[in-house]
Design a protein around this ligand. Structure first.
Ligand code: C2O
Ligand code: CU
Length: 474
């Protein structure tokens, strides 16, 4: 061993000792790796639909749609400095992450909105690995709909071996003929019906032409539905995906139920795909949620290269569980959460700002939905439920409306026990559950994260139109 080696080893040792000493000093947070990023939401101009078409004026994080992909390792601390370059307030919500309430990014409820020109630093530990995303929670339909959203990937310490790990942020835009964004945000028709669905589906901010794969390669594909309202029912033609995580949380690896990966707004799926087609062949992703033949929004082409390997990679794909408390179903307390309202519904009225109102008055306030008889206003509502910290709850979410609702809970993840009267395959742990019209879903979770948390429909126009609530964990 040379003198130099000894020196560098001693340096490392000294550093290690200093680390331990600092970590044990009272009042100091334990030292850990820090992932630091800066995000600036601001107007930008980008090309979305192709070079032959005009550029589109959007609102973007750091000038790109989606915003930069934030990647860090599980257990690291995430620090994000946000500076508001919009001419209206904003916040950033870290969708699906279990974090301290003050970092959740909900204006009025967990923080003051960030005013134009002002900054706010989000800072929390990434306790769960998985596929998450970030978006504003102020004027949400318009801010998300104009392009503010991005992928947040927390990597496992030992991720499954793959050839490529890709995040696809899937979005749906309502464009006019000149590729500008239709500015009819908050239209009553969208609020009372299925939300603002668009006319153009993009992957990572581009109309996807053809995605090239190589025969024999193993992909990890992280799909994120960032659309305001569109639900995707993805069929894979010529590809056989295995689902390994839903909403970022590991699930027993399985082939998609009935061959479809269904993603409501806000929802994610991690897929392992062994590309087993022949060089030169084609495949594709087709959305069939709205029936008929659907449309193929991502064509896949196998390159002419010789297969990367002849038989699929023989490596495990199951993910290790995140440190989520398992619900104790034998000692659960039960609640029912009723969703009402919307076009073709039978809601007669609801409480709005503390007053019972008939539907025709609610409509004047653009409130057309209610949760447990209350139409939301702003973000600082009285909680519909106060939960005891550490207790397991089973909620029956009953959809008494004519529309599907992806119901999203902040600060927690829950197991979906049943949906539409049927047990759900592998009772996945998720943060959003799609409840079809006239159906109920039973979810179970441990209320272990203290604070006031939003529980709302992730069709952003529904959330704005009354389908939001607050759940208190105390
Ligand atoms: Cu994706 Cu309340 O959020
Ligand atoms: Cu809804």
């Amino acid at each position: 061993m040379s003198k130099h080696d000894v020196f560098s080893r001693r340096d490392i040792l000294a550093g290690g000792l200093a680390f331990t000493a600092a970590a044990s000093l009272p009042g100091l947070p334990p030292a850990r790796a820090n992932a630091r990023f800066a995000l600036k939401p601001a107007p930008a101009t980008i090309n979305i639909v192709g070079e032959k078409w005009p550029d589109t004026a959007v609102w973007a994080y750091n000038g790109t749609v989606p915003g930069p992909e934030l990647r860090l390792k599980q257990g690291e601390r995430l620090t994000v400095d946000v500076t508001n370059g919009l001419d209206q307030p904003t916040t950033v919500h870290w969708h699906g992450l279990r974090l301290p309430n003050a970092m959740d990014g909900v204006p009025e409820l967990t923080q003051e909105a960030i005013e134009p020109g002002q900054s706010f630093t989000y800072d929390f530990d990434a306790v769960d690995a998985g596929t998450f995303w970030y978006h504003p929670h102020f004027n949400t339909p318009e801010q998300v709909g104009r392009g503010l959203h991005g992928a947040l990937i927390v990597e496992e310490p030992n991720p499954p071996q793959v050839d490529r790990d890709l995040a696809w942020v899937i979005d749906d835009w309502r464009f006019q003929r000149d590729a500008s964004i239709d500015d009819s945000f908050g239209a009553g028709m969208d609020i009372s019906h299925g939300g603002r669905s668009g006319n153009t589906v993009t992957v990572n901010g581009r109309l996807m032409e053809t995605f090239t794969v190589r025969s024999g390669e193993r992909l990890r594909l992280r799909l994120i539905n960032a659309a305001n309202a569109r639900i995707f029912g993805l069929r894979f033609d010529g590809l056989s995906p295995t689902v390994i995580a839903l909403d970022g949380q590991p699930v027993t690896p399985h082939a998609p139920d009935k061959g479809l990966v269904v993603l409501g707004p806000g929802m994610r799926a991690d897929l392992i795909i062994d590309c087993s087609g022949d060089p030169g062949s084609t495949a594709g992703l087709t959305d069939v949620y709205y029936g008929r033949d659907g449309y193929t929004f991502a064509k896949v082409r196998y390159s002419d290269d010789a297969p990367l390997r002849t038989s699929p990679l023989d490596a495990p794909i199951a993910l290790a569980a995140n440190p989520v408390s398992e619900p104790d179903l034998n000692n659960a307390k039960r609640h029912t959460v009723v969703l009402e309202g919307g076009a073709m519904g039978n809601m007669r009225g609801a409480i709005y700002k503390g007053q019972q109102m008939p539907i025709r008055d609610l409509v004047q306030h653009m409130k057309m939905w209610a949760i447990n008889g209350v139409a939301s206003h702003g973000m600082t509502m009285d909680p519909i439920l106060t939960l005891k910290r550490g207790q397991t709850y089973v909620f029956t979410i009953r959809n008494d409306t004519g529309w599907p609702h992806p119901m999203h809970m902040h600060g927690h993840v829950f197991r979906v026990l049943s949906n539409g009267g049927k047990p759900v395959l592998h009772t996945p742990m998720v943060d959003t559950v799609l409840v079809e019209r006239g159906n109920s879903a039973d979810i179970a979770f441990v209320a272990d994260n203290p604070g006031d948390w939003l529980f709302h429909c992730h069709v952003l126009e529904h959330a704005l139109g009354g389908m939001s609530s607050v759940i208190r964990v105390a």
